[in-house]
Structure formats: C-alpha cells, structure tokens
Design a protein around this ligand. Structure first.
Ligand code: NG6
Ligand code: CA
Length: 511
C-alpha cells in the first residue's frame, strides 16, 4: 500500500473501533475490513475556481453544490492534473502523468489512448468488488483508429475496466454528435449508416461556413463544419440522423442514466464517474436555465450543473445511500470564456471572476489552468471544513486504493500520491510537491511555482486566443504567497531554487 502522505489517523474521526479503517498504518484488528463506500466522481468540464457561489461567485448561485461544500470539505489548492480535458482524464483514470503517453486534446475520431492492458482506477476498484460506470463526456478516444460507428465500437471504457458506459464520445463541439451506450451508438438506424471525418467534408448536412443563417451561435472557422441541431461542430459527419443528440436535453439524458446506474447497483459497492459536458462549448443549457444568470449560456450552464448534481445527490439520499457514499466534485481544467462560439460569455461576464483570484485559465500553465473547485462529501465520516492541502486528481487512484483496502503494485499509478487523509479531514496535509501539466510542465513546491521553458511553437489556434498560456523560452519562477497572479518572474533572482525545481521535475519524469 502506498503510505499516506501525512500521518493522520482518520479512523479516530470516523468513529470505528480500531485505528485501521482509514489509516495508512497496518491494521491492528486484522478482522476489521476496509470500508467499501460507493464513490461518485462529478467531473465538470472547464469550470473555474470562481464559478461556484461556494467559491465566491455572486452572479450565479449553486445551492446544491454549495451544500456539499458546507457539509463536506472545500479545497483551496486542488488541481486538475492538466489544463485541458484529455490529459486530465487520462491522469485521473491511470494515476500517471499524461506526458508519459503524450496524451493531448484528441480529435473526435481518435483511437483509445489508454492501453487496455494498463491498470486503471475502475479496474482497481473492480478487483475490490466494485461495479463501475461512466456516464458523460469521454474524450479519451475509442477504437483503434478505424472506428466503424455502425458496429461494436471498441476498445473503449469497457475494455479499460468500466462495467457500464453511456457516453458523449468526444466533446460537444466534435462529431459524432450521438450517444454511445456500452459498445453501440444509441438509436442508430442501420439503413442510414454513420461516419465521420476529420480530414474532409462527407455527407450532405449543411456546414457552418455555408449556412450561418441556420446557426444558434456563430462559431470560429474551426467549429464551422457539420451543423447538427443548429450548432456547427469540429469535423464532418454523414448519416446517423436518427441517433443525433439534442444538446438542450443533456441535463436529463445524462442525469437519468446516472440515476439508473445507481439504482441498478444500489445493493453492492459502485463507483460512478460522471463527467459533465457542461460548461464546455457549445453551451446550450436547457430552456429551464436560460436567462437565469444574466451571464448568458455559460452562466446558465453552471446552473444546469448544479441542478444535475442536486438530482443525483437527491437520488442517493432517496435510495438510502448517502451515508455510504464518498462524493467527489471537481473540474477537468480551469475556465475559458471564448472557446470558439459567439455565446456572449465574454460580453456578459460582468464582475464574475471565473478563475477566482488566480491568473488565466484553461490551456494555461498559470494557476488558473489547473486550480479548480474541489469538494468532497462523505456524510458523517469527515472532519469537515476548508482544506488548503495541495492535491491533484491524479491522486484519486492511490487514495481510493487505500480507502478500499487495495495494495498498489509498484509499477501501478506511479504518479499518484495517497492523499486519503486530506479527502477525509480538512486539516490534514497532502503534497509538498506537485506537477501541473499544460502545453509545458510546471512544478509546485508549497507556494513556489516553477514553469519549465517551452521549446515548441504555440499552436496557431491557441496563439489567436486571448489566453496567457504561460509559455516562455526561459524558465519561470513565482512565489504564489506574494504573487498569486504570476506576474513577477523570479527565476533570475533565485537561480538555485529554479535549478533545484527543474531538477526535481526531471527526477519525477525519470521515474
Ligand atoms: C480546442 C478547441 C476548443 C475545445 C478544446 C478542447 C479549437 C480552435 N479549439 O482545440 O474549442 O474543444 O480543444 O477542450 O478547435 S477540452 O476541454 O476538451 O480540452
Ligand atoms: Ca475541459
């Protein structure tokens, strides 16, 4: 078992008889079994540190999520493993840095990037008797690079250890705009076969570039290919008309599938990974949230996230599962306003600070890129409050392994640290040192932050965005305790610390 990072005997808090249940120490009472609570991971897409009222937002109110924060632990220094979606999810599910597998933002027809032979979080939990499901946005690739959407689509989540999947295959802005349940596209009519291309136009659906009059939101060139449901997407899609999703129905479609999964598995331990489409572009929240925040679709999508979260938590409560479920709520990367669609996110932002006090957001190596809201809630089993522990979602693997009594192999989840104490006690410490991935790598050591020199060239689409991505040819060093916005590069003032942190980062990569 990977020892917990801080010595904290949580079993004292949770009122079990021995000191064994959550402690990293060997069990005193050998007969006491580790707890096997259900685990629900809510993973919002592109939600920033400042996007919830429990994190200081005032233009949007998120009562359901705030209640989890008030009755659980609210983290101030929790991080998505990376500043974009695919690498964050890769790290969460494998406990490894995405750079080890060059995991970067994937096109909608990309092959599965997690090798089915690799140890994964769902497989680890399955070995301890868990049934596992994923409902929501996938974006980790499917198949082997030649997917035929009209046949069984695999390998995918089921091949890396999930027992059930109901997916938005890539992102909302990428084709195919259909749901995939386990291996099959939902509602596909065999007489109208579905295919997609990321190379050339296929099919006769209108394109955003040709028919702007059909669009609910204007889009940049990249997002102006096939139009489905009044929204132009990245990539071209042909056929599959009967299987098209309706973006405005996501709130009930995904929530109902999640509740069905919970219901089907209520009598045994389960893990549900629930990655939202929201608040990613294209933002098309249901009419019931429309206009409710004054911030346009981005703000209204936050309300939708809160509503969906509330419905799932209510379902857990109604089924009598709340006392025995660890809920983890967080986001896959920091916030972005304009991400390709003219949805007025920039114009209507008002005084709202999507990244809270931090600099920049999605795509950036600055704190706004990965420092995200995170809440854990485990009714009656936590020392609740506000936690300043430094943690990353990459740590869920080793921490949940400890929770369920699984001993990690030395080659398994090698970048994952056991921070279970910090998931259960707001006063417990976690990491001293942590890697942040963006288009370059950064290393946090307590309040110091080193950003490695960026050697490549900034992708054109990113260079065109109003994003400070933190990419410089020279090393950067910031002291976050006095410079939270990362504006004062201290690298030349503290060359030794800079070198030491660069070497520390290299040592982690050489693991
Ligand atoms: C970018 C897209 C952006 C978004 C992102 C993925 C362009 C110009 N931009 O490449 O709109 O889809 O990929 O977001 O294509 S993520 O949250 O899934 O990482
Ligand atoms: Ca994302």
């Amino acid at each position: 078992k990977r020892p917990a990072l801080s010595v904290c005997i949580l079993s004292l808090l949770v009122g079990c008889s021995g000191a064994s249940e959550y402690s990293s120490e060997p069990s005193v009472n050998q007969s006491s079994k580790p707890a096997k609570p259900n685990i629900v991971i809510f993973y919002v897409d592109d939600m920033g540190y400042g996007d919830l009222s429990s994190y200081g937002a005032t233009q949007v109110t998120t009562p359901n999520i705030d209640q989890l924060a008030n009755d659980g632990i609210r983290y101030t220094d929790a991080h998505s493993p990376a500043a974009t979606c695919t690498p964050s999810r890769y790290s969460l599910l494998t406990g490894e840095l995405a750079i080890r597998n060059n995991a970067a933002i994937l096109p909608g027809d990309a092959p599965l990037i997690i090798n089915p032979s690799k140890p994964t979080l769902p497989r680890m939990l399955a070995s301890q008797g868990y049934t596992t499901g994923v409902v929501g946005k996938w974006h980790l690739g499917l198949g082997r690079g030649d997917v035929n959407w009209n046949e069984a689509v695999k390998p995918g989540p089921l091949e890396i250890g999930f027992d059930y999947s109901f997916l938005l295959p890539a992102t909302g802005d990428r084709v195919p705009t259909v749901y995939l349940e386990n291996h099959h596209v939902v509602n596909l009519d065999p007489s109208d076969p579905l295919s997609v291309s990321y190379v050339e136009r296929i099919g006769d659906r209108p394109l955003g570039t040709e028919r702007p009059d059909l669009l609910k939101q204007k889009a940049d060139l990249q997002h102006s290919a096939t139009i489905v449901n009044g929204i132009s997407r990245i990539g071209w899609m042909k056929g599959g008309k009967s299987a098209e999703w309706v973006d405005e129905d996501f709130h009930t479609v995904f929530t109902d599938k999640a509740i069905d999964f919970i219901d089907d598995n209520k009598n045994k331990p389960f893990m549900l990974f629930f990655p939202f489409h929201d608040i990613h572009v294209p933002r098309s929240p249901n009419a019931m949230f429309e206009g409710k925040t004054g911030m346009g679709p981005r703000g209204d999508a936050i309300l939708q996230v809160d509503w969906m979260t509330g419905r799932i938590v209510d379902a857990l409560e109604e089924k009598g599962l709340l006392e025995n479920t660890l809920i983890i709520f967080s986001s896959d990367n920091g916030p972005v306003l304009d991400d390709g669609y003219a949805d007025q996110a920039v114009e209507l932002i008002g005084n709202h600070k999507p990244a809270g006090p931090f600099a920049d957001g999605k795509y950036s190596a600055h704190e706004g890129g990965t420092r995200v809201p995170m809440i854990t809630y485990y009714k009656g089993k936590q020392q609740t409050g506000i936690s300043n522990a430094l943690i990353s979602h990459i740590d869920l693997y080793a921490s949940l392994a400890d929770l369920v009594g699984y001993e990690l192999n030395t080659t398994e989840a090698i970048d994952s640290a056991n921070v279970l104490p910090a998931l259960l006690d707001a006063d417990a410490d976690a990491r001293d040192v942590m890697v942040e991935e963006a288009f370059t790598l950064a290393l946090r050591e307590n309040s110091w932050k080193y950003i490695a020199p960026f050697e490549g060239s900034t992708p054109g689409w990113l260079a065109n965005k109003d994003v400070r991505a933190g990419l410089m040819a020279e090393p950067q060093l910031y002291n976050l305790s006095t410079d939270i916005k990362e504006t004062n590069n201290l690298a030349s003032q503290y060359p030794q610390r800079t070198e030491k942190m660069a070497a520390q980062l290299q040592k982690i990569l050489d693991r």
